[in-house]
Design a protein around this ligand. Structure first.
Ligand SMILES: [Cu+2]
Length: 170
């Protein structure tokens, strides 16, 4: 059977594309360090966050050498902390976020890092971000949560270690 040269070329190009697409999907699934948020953050009563040992006073808690826990409450239309005042963490540390919502479903993304989750009332989403040198990161809600969703944002400041200690952290 005679196959025209152009037909061979397009067959080869189509096969290459398929292999390329499979490679990018595989890389995205296992190579890029992307992880789903597990359900091991536990549950919480969204009506009684003010009785919770940490969510009643959300903020940055030291949990070990260079390790910090950050408790964040998302609600229409702000992150506590994050929106009214930035989340401040020291440079070169491991930061574990514990995020929940007090009302409806929100998103919580630390822009420019691997940190991104839904904030669901009654659920605590937990994920860890390694921060390097001093830098400011944006925080975004990326689940439509109401009329001022587009304005729901905040910031996280990675500050030099001595500066963090000087202000006493959270
Ligand atoms: Cu929103």
């Amino acid at each position: 059977m005679e196959i025209h040269a152009y037909e061979k070329f397009w067959l080869a190009a189509a096969l290459l594309l398929i292999v390329g697409f499979i490679a990018t999907v595989s890389y995205g699934a296992v190579g890029a360090g992307v992880e789903m948020i597990a359900d091991d953050g536990g549950t919480v009563d969204p009506q009684a966050l003010d009785e919770h040992p940490k969510f009643s006073d959300p903020g940055v808690y030291e949990s070990g050498p260079n390790e910090y826990d950050v408790y964040v409450v998302a609600q229409q239309f702000a992150f506590r902390p994050g929106t009214a005042e930035p989340i401040r963490v020291p440079a070169d540390s491991t930061v574990t976020f514990h995020v929940t919502s007090a009302d409806v479903i929100h998103g919580f993304e630390v822009v420019g890092t691997n940190g991104n989750t839904m904030a669901i009332p009654g659920q605590v989403a937990t994920f860890t971000v390694e921060v390097g040198g001093p830098k400011e990161y944006g925080l975004l809600c990326n689940e439509y949560c109401g009329s001022a969703h587009h304005a729901m944002e905040g910031s996280m400041e990675v500050v030099p270690k001595d500066e963090f200690n000087a202000t006493g952290g959270a």
